[in-house]
Write a new protein. Sequence first.
Length: 215
Amino acid sequence: MKKILCIIHTTQVTVNSLKPLTMDLLKDTTVYNFLDDSILPEINAAGEITSNVKDRFLNMVRSCKNLNPNAILIACSSIGGLKKLAQNIVDIPVIRIDEPMAKSAVEEGKIIGVCATLKSTLMPTKELLYEINKDVIIKELLIENVNDLLSQGKEDEYDAKVSSKIIDLKKEVDIVLLAQASMARVLYKVKEDKEKYKSSPLMGIKYVKALLEDE
């Protein structure tokens, strides 16, 4: 019997980037995507997760629940902290896509660089790392004014700017953690110490695959 996975997104970028991974790794799983692209703009405008965002997120969780899935995956780190709210209303695993990445980073390094292009992603990622190991040392880097490049079709410019920043960050830390799933696209530009750069999409989907196979 086919398994069912529901993925909650806040941007079309992760819908597009995760599709080939799920098609490749989750061949025996039906994947349903739920997207609300109003969430990130509201979080960034308010500087926090608002009650309206929580309500819309939980509405998506309830919609997922109606499909009787085997698991729910939160594809956006900015709302990863809402996992516990979701887990309160479903009795299936709710997974943050950045959890496997964060656990791996803490196991491999003491000083971790957390890089994001959205300010709203930094704090949830840092909180997740501290939850795993309160003694970890975090150096954060916010790369501003690059997200519009993707929507403008300037992918090469985005990749160049972001990869340059994370390579510089690596000189100061043990591990570089890309806080947003959408940032994984730039890793092809990293030529040295590739294993020291962590991104969530592949690690997250591999974790889901193992979980579903164990059921």
